[in-house]
Design a protein around this ligand. Structure first.
Ligand SMILES: [Zn+2]
Length: 185
């Protein structure tokens, strides 16, 4: 009876419960061994789960306000640094309200500022990704900061009713598209 109680206790509880079960009981010992193996497996699983945790994001999101400029032209204006002629318009940057320059990745959203001068003439708010170890930021949202409010900016074909990120022929009908400004809270 006592042995049976011990076995139950050993099976469900802890290794420490082995002590009152002397003299040596093979079945209890096996139960305890099984328990230890299970415990070790559980600990191993827990530690590998900890290693599986997603890596920290490689970028942070930021909001920048200012004006988009050509980096070389801004450097010349700000510091008198002259770039070679062919590099004058090589890179775009957001010059924030404090004067700091943030180079822009020139993907489709970045190129929109090269293609359409109107976008360089306005005060903008850019939602950007700033990647770890990179000075260049990537645009993921464009807003105009006008006197009468904040407007989300993209391009629109009214024939096809589709939006695009840069000024070009419509991707669908090859017709003209227009700069669209939608009031944004
Ligand atoms: Zn179209």
């Amino acid at each position: 009876m006592q042995n049976a109680d011990c076995r139950v206790q050993n099976g469900e509880q802890t290794v420490a419960a082995l002590a009152p079960c002397a003299p040596f009981n093979l079945q209890s010992a096996i139960h305890n061994l099984q328990f230890i193996v299970l415990l070790a497996a559980a600990l191993l699983a827990a530690s590998s789960r900890a290693e599986d945790k997603p890596a920290p994001p490689k970028f942070t999101k930021e909001t920048l306000r200012g004006r988009v400029v050509f980096l070389a032209e801004a450097l010349e204006k700000k510091y008198g640094v002259k770039s070679v002629t062919e590099a004058k318009q090589a890179a775009l940057a957001l010059q924030d309200d404090a004067g700091k320059l943030h180079p822009l990745v020139e993907d489709i959203r970045g190129r929109a500022f090269r293609v359409d001068k109107r976008l360089r003439d306005i005060q903008v708010e850019l939602l950007v990704r700033r990647y770890v170890d990179s000075p260049a930021v990537q645009i993921i949202g464009v807003y105009e900061l006008a006197k009468d409010g904040r407007f989300e900016i993209d391009y629109w074909c009214s024939v096809c009713a589709i939006a695009m990120y840069e000024l070009k022929e419509c991707e669908c009908c090859q017709g003209e598209i227009e700069l669209r400004k939608r009031k944004s809270p």
